[in-house]
Ligand binder design. Structure first.
Ligand SMILES: Cc1ncc(COP(=O)(O)O)c(C=O)c1O
Length: 487
């Protein structure tokens, strides 16, 4: 077991930031190559696994298709050749409805840094549910304890307001920024994911695509949203300058590691430079720490880069994997615009709410998850597991002569076999011609990993957790090697 209790809570899970030019060189080389995945003659044995070993999942997937649009409810959910139904999770493992065990590198999409269904937190949740149920509608002490413990590890956050999801928190953060500054423009980075609110379905996944995904969203809703290409500070400055003469920029919102949790990594100086530009133009800087909050370290992305945002958005790990995971944090002077309660104090308010927001269940789960992460040094341990996995995968891919690219930011491991997430509107013809084939390759790789007992996020991202001991990682490496031999 690679777990020890002497890890400083100020330590970060990321041991070194990826060498940007080298990494982009390797990713661009992969993008230039023709699609290279599981050999056609080997694909039947991958699919055979699902037919033979996943019969219950298959039956459930058929039922699901009748009553659930697309048969799955998450946008990056595994559904090729069909969705696998989970029956049990524990630490590093997930078991499906047919009793097959998988090494769980999905970890629910990121929130469970302690590992799945972590017993000490579960016990505290049980106790609260026994005593006051999941929700009361009144103030509960754990709301205060959660806000206090967040402030302890992220000192820039003087106050915290809890909401229901990362999406809600982004909506609230933007409203707060507009109410506080009296300005209207919001600039995001193309490819960043900030949830699915009307104004943020803009330049989603692929930089430069603007409203391409904005079906059902009126033009007015995105009228004051702008995107800049990742890492391009010049165009950010130009947008800020232009906005100055037409109402001003309320906020620049970024994912601190770069779009899609570092799929397109930022340069080491990017966040600091964005901070400077925000200060120069009087815009607020919003860090979307939905993924990075506590995963990168107890101080989040802001601690790692030593850059203080004005507003921080939380989700996922803020409740340790329990429901209603969202929240906004920042300086008191800004946060007071989010004051709840009946009765006006005369001040302006950025209206947010939620019947179930800040319920005792979510708050107790978040409080103890954060306390346990600090006590055990979970972000650092998960990061070491990510380092070991990345080094092992690199060695296997070099030995087998595969062009794939693997890199990690601590416990976030990016395993790129198709580089589809690196495409952009800079090369629209390639995007049009190749995006579907590259996306399908990701699906096939995801299915092949699963057939060898490894669960990933969309076949291209891996979240490690504290439960990933050296033995778990070494076992996973053997399984990955089996898959790569099918290429
Ligand atoms: C960076 C980021 N922001 C916001 C969100 C939206 O959070 P939620 O799914 O809780 O609405 C996500 C979800 O994956 C995310 O990765």
């Amino acid at each position: 077991m690679n777990m020890s209790a002497d890890i400083s809570t100020n330590a970060y899970s990321i041991s070194a930031w990826p060498d940007y030019p080298d990494l982009m060189g390797r990713l661009n080389a992969l993008l230039k190559q023709p699609v290279r995945g599981i050999a056609r003659q080997n694909m039947p044995q991958v699919l055979d696994y699902f037919e033979q070993k996943c019969k219950t999942s298959k039956a459930l997937a058929e039922r699901a298709k009748e009553v659930i649009p697309g048969g799955v409810q998450h946008n990056l959910a595994f559904n090729y050749p069909f969705a696998i139904a989970a029956a049990k999770v524990d630490g590093a493992y997930m078991w499906d409805e047919d009793g097959n065990r998988y090494i769980d590198f999905l970890q629910a999409g990121g929130p469970t840094i302690l590992g799945s269904n972590y017993q000490p937190v579960r016990q505290k949740v049980h106790e609260i549910v026994e005593s006051c149920g999941p929700v009361t509608g009144l103030l509960h002490e754990y709301e205060i304890k959660l806000a206090e413990i967040i402030r302890k590890y992220m000192p820039g956050i003087e106050m915290f307001r809890m909401l229901g999801s990362g999406t809600e928190a982004v909506m609230g953060a933007i409203r707060l920024a507009r109410a506080h500054t009296g300005k209207k423009w919001v600039i995001k980075v193309g490819g960043d994911y900030h949830g699915w609110s009307d104004q943020m379905v803009y330049g989603m996944r692929v930089p430069g695509t603007g409203r391409r995904e904005a079906h059902g969203i009126p033009k007015g809703s995105t009228a004051y949203t702008q995107e800049v290409f990742p890492n391009e500070l010049g165009s950010l400055r130009r947008k800020l300058m232009l906005n100055k003469i037409r109402g001003g920029t309320a906020a620049v919102i970024v994912e601190p590691l770069g779009p899609e949790s570092g799929t397109r990594p930022v340069t080491p100086e990017y966040n600091r430079e964005v901070r400077k530009l925000c200060d120069e133009f009087g815009a607020l800087l919003i860090f979307d720490e939905v993924v990075t909050g506590f995963r990168v370290g107890m101080g989040g992305g802001q601690g790692y880069f030593n850059v203080k945002p004005d507003i921080t958005v939380f989700g996922k790990a803020i409740t340790g994997g329990y429901p209603m995971a969202g929240g906004i944090g920042g300086r008191k002077e800004i946060m007071m615009t989010l004051a709840g309660g009946i009765g006006g104090k005369g001040g302006k308010r950025a209206f947010v709410g939620g019947t179930l927001s800040a319920n005792p269940l979510s708050c107790v789960a978040g409080y103890y998850a954060i306390e346990e992460m600090a006590r055990t040094g979970a972000p650092v341990l998960a990061g070491r597991a990510g380092d070991r996995l990345t080094a092992g995968l690199k060695e296997i891919m070099n030995r087998l002569g595969l062009p794939y690219v693997v890199y990690n930011m601590g416990s976030i491991v990016h395993l790129q076999t198709s580089a589809v997430l690196l495409m952009s509107m800079r090369n629209p013809i390639k995007l049009m011609r190749e995006a579907d084939a590259r996306k399908h390759l990701m699906e096939e790789m995801g299915a092949a990993y699963l057939s060898r007992g490894i669960l990933t996020l969309a076949g291209s991202r891996i979240y490690t957790s504290m439960a990933d001991t050296d033995d778990v990682i070494d076992d996973a490496l053997n399984r990955f090697e089996d898959v790569f031999k099918l290429v």
